[in-house]
Design a protein around this ligand. Structure first.
Ligand SMILES: [Mn+2]
Length: 195
């Protein structure tokens, strides 16, 4: 089973995450940031990834450190869980609508960190959640997952819908990228022979 657990403790946050790429979309989420829990639940459900996240962060300041550091820890966990990437699709993509909103996410488990985040949120906050933190989450994630990630919100009038469609599309795209193609057996999907 492709699983990993990461504990990351700093003076700002204490985080433990566990990931199972061959899971059933089950999530146990206690990030301390309810909107983030709602988004992580989308990754688990639509990615068919089991996800546990427990975090204690300096929320008396704001949610910035907690959200960014959960992205970092999850990126580390993904990097460990995919291992040497033998037999995986490597690339994944998804378009996900949510009513008037449409988002596209494209992934390459390239071994190189890179984020292209093209989204103009229609509001600065969703409830009490600062929408800037969505980019911070994904930047932390790609830096440690060592993945190329293109996120484009193509249409949207509602910021909750924009965020949710991005996380759903990310889950779907990740599910495709980590899927093992049985024909590939021990092949690493790169002409370099290493990812
Ligand atoms: Mn929602």
């Amino acid at each position: 089973m492709r699983k990993a657990q990461v504990t990351r403790n700093t003076q700002e946050t204490q985080i433990t995450v566990a990931i199972n790429l061959d899971g059933q979309g089950k999530a146990e989420l206690d990030s301390g940031v309810p909107f983030l829990d709602h988004m992580l639940d989308q990754i688990a459900r639509h990615g068919m990834i089991d996800l546990n996240v427990a975090a204690k962060g300096d929320l008396h300041i704001d949610a910035h450190h907690t959200v960014e550091d959960i992205g970092i820890a999850l990126g580390q966990a993904l990097n460990r869980a995919v291992g040497n990437k033998k037999g995986i699709f490597r690339y994944g993509h998804a378009y996900v609508p949510l009513d008037e909103t449409l988002s596209r996410v494209v992934i390459d488990l390239s071994g190189r960190p890179g984020l292209q985040f093209n989204t103009i949120f229609t509001r600065a906050v969703i409830g009490s959640f600062d929408v800037d933190l969505i980019r911070e989450f994904f930047q932390g994630f790609v830096n440690h997952a060592m993945m190329t990630l293109h996120i484009d919100n193509l249409a949207g009038k509602n910021a909750h819908h924009q965020a949710e469609s991005i996380f759903k599309a990310f889950g779907r795209a990740l599910r495709m990228a980590v899927t093992i193609d049985p024909r590939c057996d021990d092949l690493i999907p790169s002409t370099k022979g290493v990812l």
